[in-house]
Design a protein around this ligand. Sequence first.
Ligand code: DC
Length: 228
Amino acid sequence: MKKITIAIDGHSSCGKSTMAKDLAREIGYIYIDSGAMYRAVTYYCLQHDFFTENSVNMEELQAAMKDIHINFRLNGEGRPETYLGDTCIEKEIRGMAVSSRVSLIATIGFVREAMVALQQEMGKEKGIVMDGRDIGTTVFPDAELKIFVTASAEVRAQRRYDELKAKGEEASYESILENVKERDRIDSGRTISPLRKADDAILLDNSGMTIPEQKAWLMERFNEVVNK
Ligand code: DC
């Protein structure tokens, strides 16, 4: 069967990763969480004290880019985890310290350029499902299947709250909702590769859908494209 490229974009915390990961596992494709890459850069900045009160030290970050080696490895259960060099940072990049700063990092041109180049390299053989904000518009504009996922901010905040709680992390629903709205504003308003639906992407509002329903919906879209 021919291998295709699948781009899944959309708002933060709308379940893109869950859908994308499930589909990739089911069809035997590589799954790449491009947001994890921006989170990894943010984590590196925190580790190296690059953040100032409202911004980040651009000179230091630019000089450090060559030392930021992001890669993904499968864990014992076959799930991909994010690494900086040889260190697994999967848990660290999901906490609020990274979540509240990552949109800023994702607005920086030289960071985006480096991440897009790495993403294109990872996808050059096709057979990949990548999720993010600019995958169907910038990273893989020729992807055979493009999905744009959205859900209301309240539904998304509740999902992230439940996710953090389940992991035993402290969280307040109000601050998560604020964070979700703020990230929407920054992601959609930035100058370089703002979050927007590609003209040829299929829109999915999953506010009222269960995970199995989304999974079935996505599998149908995949089958339509590969059987065409
Ligand atoms: O999907 P996520 O919440 O893990 O993404 C983290 C941040 O990175 C979010 O603010 C949007 C940004 N991002 C981006 O600008 N481009 C991507 N391809 C993926 C994520």
